[in-house]
Write a protein that binds this ligand. Structure first.
Ligand SMILES: Cc1ncc(COP(=O)(O)O)c(C=O)c1O
Length: 471
């Protein structure tokens, strides 16, 4: 018969098997040693008294005392007169060595990884203030599971915000709060798959291939085929979309990632027309449009066709990815289906975080933060342009109208991957266009230069360090 004992906490389970033919004392010793070595019993943790443990295990107290004495002698336990027996500091298991190939990455002089906002600028003070406000004022019933669409307070605030800033056709009843673009896409595709959508188009370059992109994997996981549709200087090639027989397309009209192209007005209309004629759906990834430098932000496509477009917003770029909060503006007939998918997925996003974001938006602190970030990114963008002009004048930059990344066009003779590798050897993080391509093509060498999370001095010295590789 096996006696199970879990009195040290939920994770510690000691087993004595009386049918094993092995002495109980050695079983108990081995169980405790394993728990200490494996880290289930941490250094300094208190063990139960011998009397308590003997009762739990149905053994004699003497047996437990002998066992403790043995482990004391071996250095696994310590005990001082009048105090409890504890796991000894010397019993700490050697820290696991990282497996080969997983050593921490070396520090970079400059890391031009795209998609990352300035993490150091996260408005910690405002967040802490808003969290306190929410904790002080949240009505007790709002601490329960809520509407799967999300907090009504946040939905109202988001609706007002995206109407004002993004010219969206937003109604709080038709918004589903989610944890960001990744989840929004997942929920929408699930619903579209149920509606019989079997093929979805992705921009190319864009999210990349199955090997490089979680978004592509998400589409495939829903049982939906992926087709890649080219992006040119006017944005998504809508004629190619038409020819692809896809019924859904994921598109970034305001600032395509990674090319930085803005979808041209006539393509916007053609895309909406495509959706209407084909019973098709557009999933709009509206990820970084708050940051536009040359003129006012372009409104969302969803404003033109709210019945055909799902617009997904996120605070990953405006605040930080760690917040994990976003929203989907859903065509009216599909709101319940998306809300159900959200409920099934995780029963709703954190109600407290939703209220915190709503408080930031309502208080004007979010807008103030955006103004601050816009001028910070504008300065970094300027430094990037100037540094390239100074150190590698042959390199053209495009895609700079918005966001915080740009595309650098290398000379035709350059080898994109070789430049990336050589830059890494000089401790500069450069990233090629190749991982963003859905289909491997012989394309001109390009780099995607993120400048969101790199300081001005690092941009300047990073570009100076790799200038000869770029030219
Ligand atoms: C193109 C694009 N869209 C959206 C996002 C934001 O995703 P999420 O909201 O899940 O953080 C990212 C993040 O890097 C991105 O690169």
């Amino acid at each position: 018969m096996t006696v199970q004992w879990s009195g040290l906490g939920p994770e510690l389970l000691l087993q004595l098997d009386r049918g094993l033919g092995q002495p109980l004392r050695s079983q108990l010793e081995a169980g405790l040693r394993d728990a200490i070595r494996g880290g289930r019993l941490q250094v300094g943790e208190r063990l139960p008294s011998s009397r308590e443990l003997a009762r739990e295990l149905g053994t004699s107290r003497g047996l437990v005392q002998e066992c403790y004495s043995q482990l004391l002698a071996e250095g696994y336990l310590t005990s001082h007169a009048g105090s409890a027996t504890r796991v000894a500091a010397t019993a700490r298991p050697a820290p696991a060595k990282p497996p080969p190939g997983q050593a921490p990455p070396p520090r970079l002089v400059a890391d031009f990884r795209s998609g990352v906002p300035d993490l150091a600028s996260f408005p910690r003070g405002d967040w802490a203030w808003a969290t306190r406000e929410v904790c002080r004022s949240v009505p007790t019933p709002d601490l329960d599971y809520g509407d799967p669409r999300g907090s009504m307070v946040l939905r109202q605030v988001v609706a007002g915000y995206v109407r004002r800033v993004r010219a969206a056709a937003a109604d709080p009843d038709r918004i589903v709060i989610c944890t960001g673009f990744a989840q929004g896409l997942n929920l929408v595709l699930r619903v579209l798959a149920e509606l019989g959508v079997r093929r979805a188009a992705l921009e190319d370059p864009g999210y990349g291939s199955e090997a490089t992109s979680e978004s592509v994997q998400t589409v495939l996981a829903m049982g939906i085929d992926v087709v890649h549709v080219p992006v040119d200087e006017l944005g998504l090639d809508v004629a190619a979309l038409e020819a692809s027989s896809a019924r859904a397309v994921v598109v970034m009209p305001a600032h395509q990632s990674p090319t930085g192209v803005v979808l041209a007005a006539k393509r916007r209309h053609a895309l909406v027309d495509w959706a209407a004629r084909n019973d098709g759906y557009v999933i709009e990834d509206d990820y970084d449009s708050e940051f536009r430098y040359d003129r006012e932000p372009v409104g969302v496509l969803q404003g033109l066709a709210p019945d055909r477009v799902f617009a997904i917003g996120t605070v990953s770029k405006s605040l930080a990815p760690a917040v994990r909060l976003g929203w989907v503006l859903v065509p009216p007939p599909l709101v319940d289906a998306v809300a159900t998918a959200k409920r099934v997925s995780d029963r709703g996003s954190s109600g407290l975080d939703q209220l915190t974001v709503a408080t930031l938006l309502e208080s004007g602190r979010y807008d103030r933060h955006l103004r601050h970030m816009r001028s910070l990114y504008a300065r970094r963008r300027r430094v990037l342009i100037d540094s390239l002009a100074r150190h590698a004048p042959g390199v053209k930059l495009t895609g700079l109208a918005a966001g915080f990344h740009a595309v650098a066009h290398l000379p035709y003779s350059a080898d994109e991957q070789a430049v990336v590798t050589a830059a890494r050897e000089r401790s500069v993080g450069l990233y090629g266009m190749a991982p963003h391509r859905g289909t491997p093509v012989a394309a001109p060498p390009q780099l995607v230069l993120g400048f969101g999370n790199v300081g001005e001095r690092a941009i300047e010295s990073g570009i100076a360090t790799v200038a000869d590789l770029l030219s």
